[in-house]
Design a protein around this ligand. Structure first.
Ligand SMILES: Nc1ncnc2c1ncn2[C@@H]1O[C@H](COP(=O)(O)OP(=O)(O)OP(=O)(O)O)[C@@H](O)[C@H]1O
Ligand SMILES: Nc1ccn([C@@H]2O[C@H](COP(=O)(O)O)[C@@H](O)[C@H]2O)c(=O)n1
Length: 416
């Protein structure tokens, strides 16, 4: 009983963490063409167009969640695997099956109370559809029988009594919470003491990003007294790179728990393993890599003068960190260079000058030419919908008077 309650509690915990972390932002660019076409179809005519539109997968799956979000249901949720263990809201594409292989069965026993709880959990998953990324559809059996076994993919394996039952379909999203949240991530890389943290603070202030320093997260983990604390502390003392799994978990949690969807990840990925693991676990590809290039002598001078009481700011560890940086971190920067993602900044200059160069990268090109505030963006949105509708009316009139055809899906297809 206690064990089951713990499990249920875990699921609840996982679910509420997911709830907070999985917000969907409707994108105007996505909605506009559909909305215009729909408004046009229902007002001006072309009913089979409206029907086709209504039946399109976009409208059926994506639009409801987007609209619900827009109308105030601010926390649309991803249904994580309801059987997954606590914390598996951070599941990744591959983790789900690993969870499955670790705990293949969950035995729901005869207790009616437990059964009710179990169903409630399933129910809340039913209403928490998120229409974006489904991979598995599995069945939910709700019945008055009391003993059955469900595997961790949600398949009913054994049913001992079957008085009455019904089923509903539950969609399982197997992507990482982060891939659903779809955050914008910028990696901030550079040697130790190149000024990453200093510049990140400026970016946060001016551009509304959230700064996540991998080093800070690891140091906080040591302070929290976690079981990995001693290992992390030893690695940091030696200037070595902590296993990716540990750092990625901390980053995933920090991103998931944060309301923001724009992150500067500072000091990560530090090596090829960090990079590959992060991409495969979270599915996140950075927008770009902000690379602070600074000569070693300057970095050494800065680190020795930092005075923040960091255990690794001593000359022995600093030299080790430089070596690790050259051997392991530079290849990551080279990798991103080959993908044309690196934005290199001369970090040897004074702080203000460095920030001027950084600023240029964060100011959107449009804003440089024609800065728009939110109200103007709304006007533009309305104008864009109006133009779309106007365009459709024009096509309709043109088809009718010049080609003698009605504007229906068929005539559009025929015309093409
Ligand atoms: N452009 C700069 N010119 C002079 N000093 C700087 C400059 N940028 C940062 N510093 C100073 O250098 C020290 C290291 O900076 P910071 O902590 O930002 O580096 P970092 O790259 O984040 O280091 P680490 O990787 O060790 O965390 C700080 O004391 C900071 O005030
Ligand atoms: N991805 C990372 C980042 C950092 N570390 C360890 O933390 C130390 C301090 O990092 P800073 O970015 O704050 O300088 C670093 O020397 C590593 O030991 C890590 O392992 N992995």
């Amino acid at each position: 009983m206690a064990k089951l309650n713990r499990r249920l509690l875990g699921i609840e915990k996982a679910r509420s963490a997911t709830k907070d972390s999985c917000k969907l932002r409707p994108r105007a660019a996505e909605l506009m063409p559909v909305m215009s076409l729909f408004l046009y179809s229902v007002t001006v005519g072309g009913h089979d167009l409206a029907l086709i539109l209504l039946l399109s997968p976009y409208v059926i799956f994506l639009l409801p969640s987007r609209l619900l979000y827009a109308f105030g249901f601010s926390s649309m949720r991803m249904s994580t695997h309801p059987m997954a263990s606590p914390g598996s809201y951070q599941t990744t594409r591959s983790r789900v099956s690993r969870v499955g292989s670790k705990k293949p069965y969950i035995n729901i026993s005869r207790d009616r109370h437990k059964h009710t709880q179990f169903c409630q959990i399933f129910h809340s998953h039913c209403v928490s559809f998120n229409f974006i990324k489904f991979s598995t559809v599995f069945l939910h059996f709700e019945s008055s029988y009391t003993n059955y076994i469900v595997d961790s993919w949600g398949l009913l394996l054994k049913l001992q009594t079957s008085l009455r039952w019904k089923y509903s379909i539950i969609f399982e999203a197997t992507g990482s919470v982060l891939s659903l949240k779809n955050p914008k991530v910028i990696f901030v890389l550079g040697g130790p003491g190149s000024g990453k943290g200093t510049q990140c603070s400026n970016i946060v202030e001016h551009f509304g990003y959230t700064h996540l320093s991998a080093g800070d997260l690891l140091r906080a983990e040591i302070k929290s007294g976690s079981e990995n604390g001693t290992m992390i502390q030893n690695m940091i003392k030696e200037g070595k790179i902590v296993p990716s799994e540990v750092t990625i978990k901390l980053l995933e949690k920090a991103i998931a728990e944060n309301e923001n969807d724009k992150f500067l990840i500072d000091g990560f990925p530090r090596n090829e393993e960090n990079r590959a693991a992060f991409e495969s676990v979270t599915g996140i590809v950075p927008e770009f890599v902000l690379f602070f290039d600074c000569p070693e002598e300057e970095m050494e001078k800065r680190l020795l003068g930092r005075n923040q009481g960091r255990e690794d700011d001593n000359i022995d560890t600093i030299r080790k960190r430089f070596r690790v940086y050259m051997e392991s971190s530079l290849p990551v920067i080279e990798y991103y260079k080959s993908k044309e993602k690196v934005r290199k900044i001369d970090a040897a200059k004074p702080v203000e000058e460095v920030f001027e160069a950084v600023k240029a990268l964060f100011t959107p090109v449009n804003d440089k030419i024609f800065p728009l505030n939110k109200i103007y963006r709304c006007y533009l949105g309305v104008i864009s919908v109006a133009l779309n509708i106007y365009g459709l009316i024009f096509i309709r009139v043109w088809l009718k008077y010049w080609c003698g055809k009605e504007f229906t899906m068929r005539s559009v297809v025929d015309f093409m």
